[in-house]
Ligand binder design. Structure first.
Ligand code: C5P
Length: 234
């Protein structure tokens, strides 16, 4: 008798539900990476740069001479990806330091191409979810709130004007010693935005329950504080 009630009252919440996730999605150059790192540091949370995984698949394909249209082989590479993320933002692929190669525009374009393939996205799904560990996770990407962590505690969609995003990317690359023209970069960003938004699988768009945050003209500190304030209010 009352078995259903006993079960209901003593249901133990799953570990997954108890580990909070903050998702930061949005187009390239909106400031997701920088803000995600600041927020994760402030809260002592883990960090997932999901774009790096798609970039690693593109690099792994380049190294293995696999065509960016070969879905089957790309999915295999994605499943077997031997990636390591260091504390100082360095990244290794199959034991090789690929930190600099990872951030080039060419790798970004390759990532955006492989990201259109369903089998690749599926292959990366459990790898991304495995980053969810106590005390919490800040995940940045394109579909973190809409697909990967649909039960996230806080979902944010970061935007900024196309002009400002191109300028930021330009500065980022220049600081890394990479010389790219601002005009070429603006075109690349526009092209990648269009491809990411128009693809049929997990297209770039805010989750229904995401809060929009326009970072145009706002400092990194202001945006970080806004995210922390929203999280504190939950
Ligand atoms: O953020 P980042 O520029 O490193 O991402 C590279 C590309 O990977 C994006 O243009 C997008 O096509 C893809 N991506 C994705 N889903 C994510 C993260 C990145 O499709 N969650």
């Amino acid at each position: 008798m009352f078995e259903w009630l006993r079960k209901k009252r003593f249901t133990v919440p799953s570990r997954r539900a108890s580990v909070p996730v903050i998702t930061l999605d949005g187009p390239g150059g909106a400031g997701k990476g920088t803000i995600a790192r600041r927020v994760a540091d402030a809260l002592g949370f883990h960090l997932l740069d999901s774009g790096a995984l798609y970039r690693l698949v593109a690099l792994a394909a380049e190294d293995a001479c696999v065509s960016l249209t070969n879905g089957e082989k790309l999915a295999e590479l994605a499943l077997r990806l031997d990636a390591r993320f260091g504390k100082d933002s360095r990244v290794w692929l199959s034991g090789q330091d690929v930190t600099d190669r990872l951030r080039t525009e060419q790798t970004g374009a390759g990532a955006s191409t492989v990201a259109q393939i369903g089998t690749v996205r599926r292959a990366l799904l459990s790898r991304q979810r495995a980053f969810r560990k106590s005390p919490g996770l800040v995940a940045d990407g394109r579909d973190m709130g809409s697909h990967v962590f649909t039960d996230a505690a806080l979902k944010i969609y970061l935007t900024a004007s196309a002009e400002e995003r191109a300028k930021r990317r330009h500065k980022q690359l220049k600081d890394k010693g990479l010389d790219v023209s601002l005009a070429a970069l603006s075109q690349d960003i526009e092209h990648r935005d269009r491809r990411d938004s128009e693809r049929s699988l997990a297209p770039l768009r805010p989750a229904m329950d995401a809060r929009l945050l326009d970072t145009t003209g706002r400092t990194i500190e202001e945006v970080t504080q806004q995210v922390l304030d929203w999280f504190a209010e939950l």
